[in-house]
Write a protein that binds this ligand. Structure first.
Ligand code: 6R9
Length: 572
């Protein structure tokens, strides 16, 4: 379906004067010049993110503005350097060395960031885990990666089957009291005695740095390995997509358990020497607006699920806060419904810039830039240095408006380098020579904008018409009664598949057959007759991942009585 709506109120973009020109001329080599490895040949991403600034006159600048309902602390680049050095020394004393795997399993806190950076400084590979993981999810990840160390809290330790993990030798507990048994350490005690000076392990740019587990539709989660080289992309996308400037106060709302919380919650802001806001605790509209106001956030990176919840909370609550410092808003993780973009413009006076990428890609590949026109519903255009295309299963590039595999020319700096213990899985992504096949389906329009259609396996074929679930969901959320919608194809003897929508209603609306009929009509008239859901089911809540993605495969499994596959990433 062709869309032509354009929002042309450009944000004050600062770092990129012309997207087109950058796209023509940019070479990744140019981005590398910001870093010291240019001189030494060796790197360390944590050094580049923190120490480099501390040594170059930004030592007293605030690096971390941390708060949660119980704590409020801030740290300068110099303090971050010292704290991460201390943690590096803790690991060194314990005996960890380059290439060892260490996991962090705890809620957001300054200690999480000290340990993350400190481990990287030794060349240790870090695996961040969502605090909400239950025992099975923790076991799968630590077992597969043969992690030797874990940083966690006494409360969460109950979900770590330490005795069943022979490789796990060291557990560092944040907030533990009293004597520790062998193999267990008090974070605070160890940090107190560790030196703030550390001899950094200079690594090769292709050495491992991060292990992010992500779930596929079947089987166990996959350990996606990223290397230090990825920082080039984190840095440059931070400059041109997040548009980070020296004076910015930046807030990425993602937890480090999700790749957005590391690439853009740690690396991009700090590699650019920018003050980084971290807010712990739970989501609530008041809390989030307060966080924006209190910290004077200028650049805000979040996700459609959050924007939809804020939209559901209405515009009245926004008026109670002073958000005048905010100048740039971005989104990732799921299709950003046009309705949300329009609402953002009305409510904040700013465009919400969609960006597309994956755990496997390590960094932003397609996005909307401050300098360009936005077509609501489109993910935008490829980052300079990135070649994106729509290809068929044989690798032929498809013309505009043809739906196919969203694919990227290999390689790019932050591309994953391995699926841990699973080379066959890794190869699958590269089965078409010269391309990375994302598993997303999309089309490109005549202006080179990319339009997300669904995961390949989500595309619905109803009476021979291919329907992207996202288009239907986007239309559904425009209806005043609909808070969120998940759409699947349900096998049908006549039509191949029919469209079934699962809908959660906004406050104040009650399920009824009349409402179903009204919603069906709304899609029929607003989108297309064949795209209107034949079946509608109201649900209090839709199944979502911890990063906020609606899990269509779970809806489908429930509907068809099939196994749901790996549910470790599903929120409670
Ligand atoms: C960063 C991240 C990757 C999958 C991806 C796609 C979906 C991400 C999107 C989007 C539509 C966007 N996705 N961004 N879909 N529009 N702007 O989310 O990584 O958790 O690995 O998920 O998320 O389906 O393939 P990850």
């Amino acid at each position: 379906m062709k869309q032509t709506e354009i929002i042309d109120v450009k944000t004050t973009g600062n770092n990129l004067t012309s997207y087109e020109e950058a796209y023509r001329n940019f070479d990744w080599k140019q981005a590398e010049e910001a870093f010291s490895w240019h001189r030494t040949g060796k790197v360390n991403a944590a050094y580049e993110a923190i120490d480099r600034h501390a040594e170059n006159g930004l030592g007293d600048k605030t690096a971390l503005l941390y708060s949660d309902p119980k704590r409020e602390e801030s740290y300068t680049f110099q303090e971050m350097k010292e704290q991460s050095n201390r943690f590096g020394n803790v690991l060194k004393k314990i005996g960890l060395t380059k290439g060892d795997r260490m996991f962090i399993f705890m809620p957001r806190s300054p200690e999480l960031y000290f340990s993350f950076l400190g481990a990287l400084k030794l060349g240790v590979i870090v695996g961040p885990l969502f605090e909400a993981f239950m025992e099975g999810a923790v076991r799968d990840r630590l077992e597969d990666s043969e992690a030797v160390a874990l940083v966690t809290t006494p409360q969460l330790l109950e979900r770590v089957p330490v005795k069943e993990l022979p490789a796990l030798k060291h557990v560092i507990l944040v907030g533990a009291t009293g004597e520790q048994e062998e193999g267990f350490y008090s974070f605070e005690e160890e940090m107190k005695h560790a030196s703030p000076e550390l001899e950094i392990e200079w690594v090769d740019r292709e050495d491992g740095m991060l292990l992010h587990y992500t779930s596929g539709s079947t089987g166990k989660p996959k350990g996606v390995l990223h290397v230090h080289n990825a920082m080039i992309q984190h840095y440059q996308t931070g400059k041109w997509v997040l548009d980070l400037q020296e004076d910015d106060i930046y807030w990425c709302t993602a937890d480090p358990g999700w790749v957005t919380g590391t690439s853009y919650g740690i690396f991009a802001p700090w590699l650019n020497g920018v003050t980084n806001v971290i807010r712990g605790g739970r989501f609530s509209p008041d809390d989030w607006y307060q966080t924006l106001e209190k910290n004077g956030v200028t650049v805000w990176y979040s996700a459609p699920t959050a924007f939809r919840m804020l939209m559901g909370a209405g515009s009245e609550v926004v008026k109670q806060f002073d958000l005048s410092k905010l100048r740039h808003i971005l989104s990732v993780g799921e299709p950003l419904n046009p309705e949300v973009v329009r609402w953002g413009l009305k409510t904040y006076g700013l465009r919400i810039h969609d960006s597309w990428w994956m755990t496997e890609t390590g960094g932003i590949l397609i996005s909307n830039y401050p300098q360009m026109e936005i077509k609501p519903g489109s993910m935008g255009k490829p980052f300079p240095g990135i070649q994106a295309a729509i290809i068929d299963d044989q690798g032929n590039e498809l013309p505009p408006y043809r739906m196919g595999n969203l694919a990227i020319r290999t390689p790019w700096p932050s591309m994953m380098r391995k699926i841990w213990n699973n080379p066959a899985k890794y190869e699958e992504y590269f089965r078409i020579p010269g391309w990375y096949v994302s598993g997303d389906s999309a089309y490109m329009d005549e202006d080179g904008y990319f339009w997300f259609q669904g995961r390949i396996d989500d595309v619905i074929n109803t009476s021979g018409e291919r329907v992207g679930p996202f288009e239907v969901e986007s239309k559904l959320v425009e209806h005043p009664a609909v808070a969120e919608a998940g759409v699947i194809g349900k096998p049908d003897p006549v039509r191949g598949e029919i469209i079934k929508a699962f809908i959660s209603l906004r406050d104040g609306f009650t399920p009824s057959d009349e409402l179903k009929e009204e919603i069906r009509k709304f899609v029929k008239e607003g989108l297309a007759a064949h795209a209107a859901p034949r079946e509608i089911e109201f649900k209090d809540k839709l199944p979502k991942t911890r990063s906020g993605k609606i899990m269509r495969r779970v809806l489908k499994a429930w509907e068809l009585d099939l196994p749901t596959g790996d549910l470790s990433t599903m929120e409670e």
